[in-house]
Write a protein that binds this ligand. Structure first.
Ligand SMILES: Nc1nc2c(ncn2[C@@H]2O[C@H](COP(=O)(O)OP(=O)(O)OP(=O)(O)O)[C@@H](O)[C@H]2O)c(=O)[nH]1
Ligand SMILES: [Zn+2]
Length: 352
């Protein structure tokens, strides 16, 4: 039976777990969540569990345990109860789809994220940069996978285009239908490490995963209308152990992957821009219209590609919008709380 270590249990979680041992709680990792049912891996195997009422009442849904989280559970006969989450090493979030600025945590405790794009019709540099920005903001290492390389005449040019964005992250060409092309996996998937596969629907995430697993992962439920009618599509996030001892979380295809303000204050990440910024005349340079700006100078001289600069500004604006709208929300909640307090006070004072 796999041990907790083989699922990534380490000194960080042990340290936090030890402070709770008196309460007879077990440590477990969340492998999948379907409705209220959480599938856990514990020291003695798989177990189903639900969140405790206290946990649900004391947290916002975004802070509930997610796939990849290490949790403290109490075991009863048929089912366990999740009491708490152990502090995360990191969490991958995105701006939830829609106009509201709501953060949605997708998974926790991840070593690297694979951003998959299909070279047939899914290749999109702006979307790729949005993923890169958000993943780096969440303290996770990105790896770009350009799949369906068999469908274009010159896949290498796509790889070069991505590399020219200057993010200094690995860019891999694959064809998931040819298992001989799993070479990238041997290079990037390490035992006891956790990875996540991200990308739009139909880019080949499940095909890549099945090829790594050596068998077809049983999917539950729905069929897709997004790619081919009636075709199976991933419906839930789940963490699976691969034959080489690494773990992958497969995420259903996402139509949007908006940036949040995680790590706010650091602004938008770009290695080349970050390296040039200290040379700007003003410490708080916004790299737009200031004199003596090293970034706009680099764009003029051709040292920094203009599309990279334009995407940078776009991401900065998206990050700003998320922040501004979150601040609005907090202000509204504050005002509402104040109003409720006033009403309660008024009622108390006017009791008869
Ligand atoms: N030609 C070609 N087709 C591929 C490749 N990888 C995947 N496909 C096909 O693309 C389609 C979609 O692949 P999936 O693996 O289901 O895509 P997905 O990203 O898991 O999609 P969701 O589950 O909806 O998120 C399937 O018909 C695959 O056979 C590839 O490298 N080359
Ligand atoms: Zn500047």
């Amino acid at each position: 039976m796999p041990t907790l270590q083989s699922y990534g249990w380490n000194a960080h979680f042990m340290r936090h777990f030890e402070t709770n041992t008196t309460q007879h709680l077990e440590a477990a990792r969340v492998l999948s969540i379907q409705g209220f049912k959480h599938l856990l891996i514990t020291a003695t195997g798989n177990a189903d569990a639900q969140l405790s009422g206290a946990l649900m009442n004391s947290r916002e849904p975004e802070d509930y345990p997610k796939v990849g989280d290490w949790v403290l559970a109490k075991r009863y006969d048929a089912e366990g109860i999740i009491i708490d989450t152990l502090p995360r090493i990191n969490a991958l979030s995105r701006k939830a789809p829609g106009t509201q600025s709501t953060r949605q945590v997708l998974a926790a405790n991840i070593d690297a994220a694979f951003i998959v794009q299909g070279l047939d019709r899914d290749f999109n540099l702006m979307r790729l940069q949005r993923y890169l920005q958000q993943i780096v903001q969440c303290n996770i290492r990105p790896v770009v996978i350009l799949n369906k390389a068999d469908l274009v005449p010159d896949p290498e040019t796509y790889r070069q285009t991505v590399q020219e964005l200057g993010y200094n992250c690995p860019v891999v060409l694959t064809s998931a239908l040819q298992p001989s092309q799993d070479e990238w996996a041997r290079q990037y998937l390490l035992p006891q490490h956790t990875y996540i596969l991200l990308g739009s629907s139909g880019v080949g995430k499940s095909t890549l995963l099945n090829s790594l697993l050596g068998y077809r992962l049983q999917e539950e439920g729905a069929t897709s209308t997004a790619n081919n009618k009636g075709k199976h599509t991933t419906t839930a996030r789940h963490l699976v152990l691969l034959p080489n001892g690494s773990m992958i979380i497969d995420v259903p295809g996402m139509r949007e992957f908006g940036v949040t303000d995680e790590g706010a204050g650091d602004g938008v990440y770009h290695p080349q821009i970050d390296a040039l910024a200290p040379q700007c005349r003003f410490g708080d340079c916004t790299h737009q219209h200031e004199p003596g700006c090293a970034i706009t100078a680099a764009v003029r001289s051709g040292e920094l590609p203009e599309p990279v600069y334009r995407s940078y500004l776009k991401l900065l604006r998206e990050q700003y919008h998320f922040q501004a709208s979150e601040a609005d929300k907090k202000r509204n909640i504050k005002q509402l709380t104040k109003l409720v307090k006033q009403v309660v006070k008024h009622r108390k004072n006017n009791k008869y």
